[in-house]
Design a protein around this ligand. Structure first.
Ligand code: ATP
Ligand code: MG
Length: 574
């Protein structure tokens, strides 16, 4: 039994100054976590309970599907990550450190390398496979923007599992088994999730889906279409207008457009001449710097319709592991800032690509590569040939995509889980073979599957709270019932303790508020802590009555004290 008179807990009446989202605010105020450094948190007793329950649900479902738990170190020597290139590829995201002899180590951001090596060391035959291994372990990533408390930490708890199969059909079965287990896990955690198609990021590999907890405060945007297609915005491919005949337009023509270095000034210039020109008729050429993990850089120019912004995160997903940032145009030889065009006059050798919305045969107004001059009827496929097509623009509500039919809707979510067919990338790197059915070595194929356990605590809080505090789903609450002894008299305390003991004897986990302070404080803490059921022993105990409260609905009913234990058990077992 947790007794608040001794529980290591101090709730706060004020919101922490650095908290931007409700889950962060409430987990700190309710005394579940405390900040140590950016993205690094301590868990207090109530927090540990919720975290453990989430981990327990995950373990039960992983065990039920036939996966086996192992545990790897977080402190890992450099060599295996050097073999796969990730020592470099992970860039600034990796915590690197040295031991006393000068040897390089890292704190594991994810453990593909060690799992691959472990299986290579132990197994040698196709008869050993498939095998599914998982761990629940602390991960370290030096996130660029640690955020929202434990939602995006630099140290965080993850369940990661890995599947090993001899062939693609096996991998597909392993993948589907994990996917099904994830559906059960998020259901038990009370999280409202959408499964969306995803890109593979720094992990390498092919088929990949994410489980996103729907939340306005989420960092991920996903699209869906009326026919059920859903994808992370980084994955979605937009469907541009139909291609046309590049020869069907008048010849390109250069015009004097003084002082028009921006789309807005350019459009105003044409409108001032009585021409019906909108930003969507212009081609904006955005100059970007690509930085590879080894630090080398290159310039990329992307053509997008002038009414669209570039979504750097979406673009980055397509050039990973490189990162993308706006370039200093003045530093790129041959480019005239504000007047760039991909046609004649564009610097030879500079890489030029277009967004999916810029299709072959489309005609544009764009820079003429000379100060104060633009050109019109500049046609893709006639006046310029892009080196490739990328998904660069910010996706909008109502856009069309190649994956589904009908207009796109946009929603936001928190990435909770990721299932991922790695294929043979890691097996190739370490030469993970087993003896096949025909007696010849076969290269193993792998899957990798993660769930953010500490993040789940925050995501659940994000989806499940009100203006008074947290409202935990039963499956993860730190206790089943919050018993309150309210009032000055000893009577309340005695009865509350007796009821708590009886409830425990019935198998319930009880939090007892036996502090005997002001009723206002007790009720406020009850609301803040978020345990789903409250049992109040207050004034009406004099008439043999207690009050049963439902935290979610706010409803309450009065009961005879003798009925209280049965009523609470019925409520909890639902
Ligand atoms: P994100 O895009 O949010 O950074 P990721 O793609 O880097 O996530 P994975 O490498 O697939 O995530 O990790 C598996 C799971 O671990 C994620 O689905 C997420 O739930 C969790 N996770 C990842 N990064 C963090 C973090 N910084 N803090 C807490 N949980 C995290
Ligand atoms: Mg990440």
């Amino acid at each position: 039994m947790l007794r608040m008179s001794t529980l290591f807990l101090r709730t706060l009446r004020e919101d922490p100054a650095d908290a931007e989202v409700p889950s962060h605010r409430l987990l700190v105020r309710a005394g579940y976590v405390r900040r140590v450094a950016p993205g690094i948190y301590s868990w207090l007793p109530l927090g540990v309970r919720v975290l453990d329950r989430v981990a327990q649900v995950v373990r039960e479902e992983m065990d039920a599907m036939g996966a086996q738990e192992v545990s790897f170190p977080a402190l890992i020597p450099r060599e295996p990550y050097e073999v796969t290139g990730r020592w470099t590829e992970y860039g600034d995201g990796l915590f690197r450190l040295k031991d006393r002899k000068g040897g390089d180590y890292l704190l594991g951001p994810t453990h593909e390398e060690l799992f691959t090596l472990l299986v290579k060391g132990e197994y040698s035959s196709y008869k050993d496979l498939p095998v599914w291994l998982y761990q629940v372990q602390t991960k370290y990533r030096d996130e660029a923007r640690p955020r929202a408390g434990v939602l995006r930490g630099r140290e965080f708890l993850m369940k990661d599992s890995y599947s090993f199969d001899v062939d693609d059909e096996g991998l597909e079965r392993s993948y589907q088994a994990h996917r099904a287990a994830y559906v059960r896990i998020f259901d038990r955690l009370g999280l409202d999730v959408r499964i969306v198609q995803a890109t593979s990021g720094a992990m390498g590999g092919s088929a990949s889906e994410e489980f996103l907890a729907v939340a306005e405060t989420g960092e991920d945007t996903f699209v869906s279409t009326p026919d059920g297609y859903a994808a992370n915005v980084e994955k979605v491919q937009l469907r541009g207008p139909a291609e046309g005949d590049p020869a069907a337009h008048p010849p390109a023509e250069v015009l004097d457009t003084p002082d028009t270095p921006t789309i807005a000034t350019l459009v105003a210039h044409f409108r001032g001449l009585g021409m019906d020109v909108g930003p969507e008729h212009t081609l904006k050429n955005v100059v970007l710097t690509l930085t590879q993990p080894d630090g080398s850089t290159s310039t990329l120019v992307v053509g997008v319709p002038g009414d669209r912004e570039v979504d750097l995160k979406r673009l980055e997903a397509q050039v990973a592991p490189a990162t993308v940032a706006p370039a200093e145009v003045e530093q790129v030889p041959g480019l005239v800032k504000g007047y760039i065009g991909p046609q004649e006059g564009f610097p030879a050798g500079l890489r030029y690509v277009v967004d999916e919305l810029v299709v072959r045969g489309s005609a544009w107004i764009t820079g003429a590569n000379a100060p104060g001059r633009h050109a019109r009827y500049v046609v893709c496929g006639r006046d310029f040939e892009p080196a490739g097509t990328v998904g660069a623009v910010e996706v909008r509500e109502g856009d069309l995509c190649t994956g589904g039919e009908g207009p796109i809707s946009l929603e936001r979510g928190i990435e909770m889980g990721h299932v991922f067919q790695l294929g043979r990338k890691y097996a190739d790197a370490f030469g993970l073979d087993v003896l096949g059915r025909e007696g010849k070595p076969v290269r193993v194929t792998m899957g990798s599957y993660g769930i953010g356990i500490s993040r789940a605590v925050a995501a659940i809080a994000e989806q499940s709270h009100d203006d008074k505090g947290l409202v935990w789903p039963r499956g993860v609450a730190p206790a089943d019932v919050h018993v309150l002894a309210v009032g000055k008299g000893d009577e309340q305390k005695v009865v509350a303790l007796r009821l708590s003991e009886e409830l425990e004897a019935r198998g319930l986990r009880v939090l007892l508020d036996d502090r005997g302070g002001s009723p206002g404080v007790a009720f406020k803490d009850y609301e803040l802590l978020g345990i789903p059921t409250g049992l109040v022993c207050g004034k009406s105990l004099a008439d043999g009555l207690v009050e049963l409260r439902d935290r979610r609905s706010g409803s309450s009913r009065t009961l005879a004290v003798e009925e209280a234990v049965d009523a609470v058990v019925a409520e909890v077992r639902g």
